[in-house]
Design a protein around this ligand. Structure first.
Ligand SMILES: [Zn+2]
Length: 175
């Protein structure tokens, strides 16, 4: 079990292969999702830069009963645009990535006609994702699955500001 978990965590899920995704300590920035089932990776562009502008679908919502407040939620798909070489790559799309999407073999992408910038300046990116309920992954491999690393069950994207402060951009339950 522990060996299988380590194997899953050491392999790079296909959605991150457009980047250089370096595994880091779960506690490098802050103590988020530090359980054994989780893995964190810093995201670099293939040109070596880790300065990205982020774009995604954004939805405005009013919250609060008495003191109304407008909040903006970041939704998938989430794209990263490199500030150096300007290449644009998809980071995450819930229709295509993670346990549920991988099980339905969905190739569709979310609509991308109204993407908005999340920040007005570039940020560094860290992703944190997980393989909980390890017995499900044993079954998956026994049934002949060759890419179990693509079947992660949560996926969270953080922006790193000023070298250390992490901001959660969006978090997805994928299973
Ligand atoms: Zn680049």
């Amino acid at each position: 079990m522990a060996q299988l978990l380590e194997k899953l965590k050491s392999r790079i899920p296909s959605l991150l292969r457009n980047f250089d995704a370096t595994r880091i300590s779960l506690h490098k920035y802050e103590k988020w999702n530090g359980g054994d089932s989780f893995v964190s990776r810093e995201i670099y562009c293939n040109c070596g830069s880790n300065d990205f502008f982020l774009k995604c679908r954004r939805i405005k919502k009013i919250t609060g009963l008495i003191f109304k407040k407008e909040i903006t939620e970041n939704k998938s798909p989430i794209y990263a645009i490199c500030n150096e070489c300007k290449s644009t790559n998809l980071v995450f799309d819930e229709l295509r990535h993670g346990w549920n999407a991988a099980n339905t073999n969905n190739q569709a992408l979310s609509v991308t006609d109204s993407l908005e910038s999340i920040f007005d300046k570039p940020v560094s990116l860290v992703v944190n994702y997980s393989y909980q309920s390890i017995e499900n992954y044993e079954d998956l491999i026994e049934s002949g699955c060759k890419n179990p690393e693509d079947y992660f069950d949560t996926f969270t994207i953080y922006a790193i500001e000023g070298g250390s402060k992490s901001i959660c951009i969006a978090s997805f339950e994928c299973a």
